[in-house]
Design a binder for this molecule. Structure first.
Ligand code: COA
Length: 387
């Protein structure tokens, strides 16, 4: 293609609405508020399947039969405890760093202890063995960091627990209630994949160079960390705590939102590049937030969330996104707000890996062009005469 033709095909800022590749994993209709994984509506998957079944679906294209699910669970269990050098690396980090920075480091170190890591781009079976280790280890790593930073030792996985249950057990040393595990399991399903979001696109760009799966997901973790992407869920809880601290309860929400909008602040948990209709994940998470409020006997965070949602709707007419009601749900489950984004990473690991496997299976280097806005050709003046 000539350089003139390249310039003609200029996309909008932020690649909005650009179709940048093909995928069979995730379908979104932003105008109708539809999200499906491999054809299955997200609400149905959350209600009728476990997170492990959803991970299997994302990686294999079909929901597992019973024997396949048992085998898949065994492959996750065989990943075992996070390699000890990963814990050592975490112990060496300053305790007050961003948990996503700790996760980024830990996943990178974990790659050195996966015998299949380098073979993955050329060997699909090796890539799948790495995938299972990554999915099991990310749970252990997120839980371990939450303990290590509080001066506690990490815990080995307890045999027989689901990934959702492992998270609570490895964080707290005690199993969570069945109700809490079920809500959390559904939250993991709802966050598992979302087509070419910023972190998944990052993972695919890295995978398309035929780099290994660990490099791909380390890049993705870096992208998810940002407040415009996965970091928004932590910021939502900070906002709810800030409004609550004013002491006016839900009645204080509208004035707070008005003030933030007048100050031209972007309010975390609202707006989306793709959805114009309500985000179906937010709709389901709203139900889960209501349920956790009821189960915990503490309606404050759900009620405050409703008031902020109403105020934002009235003042800006933008619907809540996936990060809004997850914040109040996680708070009711007793999860520390700065761990919300690492939890997002536990879930999204499944989607990143699915996209990396899909990229390896039909690869072409991803290498777009830029519209050059710099100076025309000019010539180097010797340092002595440059002034
Ligand atoms: N708070 C206030 N205004 C918002 C907003 C928010 N959260 N999200 C979008 N808007 C407004 C913008 O100010 C802009 O209004 P204008 O046209 O009057 O200037 C308009 O909506 C379009 O916003 P824009 O930033 O161009 O959309 P985008 O597609 O580039 O950005 C997000 C999408 C998600 C980055 C953006 O909505 C945002 O920053 N949301 C908060 C962070 C968040 O929750 N991220 C998680 C996403 S799942």
């Amino acid at each position: 293609m000539s350089e003139a033709k390249v310039a003609e095909k200029k996309p909008g800022a932020g690649l909005e609405d650009v179709v940048a590749g093909e995928s069979s994993i995730c379908y979104i209709d932003g105008l109708k508020g539809v999200l499906r994984y491999r054809g299955y509506p997200i609400q149905e998957l959350a209600e009728r399947a476990t997170f492990e079944e959803v991970v299997y679906l994302l990686w294999n294209g079909e929901l597992p039969k019973r024997a396949e699910l048992e085998q898949f669970r065994r492959s996750l269990a065989e990943a075992g405890r996070v390699p000890e050098p990963v814990y050592d690396a975490l112990r060496a980090l300053p305790k007050d760093i961003h948990p996503m920075a700790a996760l980024r480091t830990a996943i990178s170190v974990a790659g050195h202890h996966d015998p299949d890591a380098e073979a993955g781009p050329r060997d699909p079976q090796a890539a799948r063995r790495s995938a299972a280790r990554l999915q099991a280890w990310v749970v252990g790593i997120v839980a371990a960091w939450d303990r290590i930073r509080r001066g506690k030792e990490p815990l080995a996985p307890r045999p027989g627990l689901s990934l959702a249950a492992q998270y609570f057990y490895q964080t707290n040393g005690t199993p969570a209630s069945d109700g809490a595990v079920r809500v959390f399991d559904q939250c993991l399903t709802l966050h598992a994949d979302h087509e070419l979001n910023a972190s998944t696109f990052t993972a695919r760009v890295i995978a398309a160079t035929l780099s290994d799966v660990y490099s791909s997901v380390v890049g993705a973790i870096g992208a998810l960390k940002g407040p415009l992407h996965g970091g928004a869920n932590t910021d939502v809880m900070k906002m709810l705590l800030e409004i609550d601290a004013q002491g006016k309860g839900p009645a204080g929400a509208k004035a707070w939102v008005e003030g933030a909008l007048a100050a031209k602040r972007k309010i975390s948990g609202f707006g989306h590049r793709v959805y114009r209709a309500p985000d179906p994940r937010a709709t389901k998470l709203k139900e889960l937030s209501a349920l956790t409020a009821k189960d915990s006997g503490e309606p404050r965070w759900y009620e405050l969330s409703l008031a902020v949602e109403k105020a934002f709707h009235e003042l800006k007419n933008l619907p809540a996104n996936v990060d809004f009601f997850s914040a109040s749900a996680y708070y009711a489950l007793g999860i520390s707000p700065d761990m919300y984004t690492p939890i997002f990473a536990i879930s999204r690991m499944s989607g990143w890996v699915a996209h990396v496997l899909e990229q390896y299976a039909n690869n072409r280097l991803i290498r777009p062009r830029a519209d050059y806005l710099g100076p025309d050709e000019r010539h180097v003046e010797p340092l002595e005469t440059r002034g």
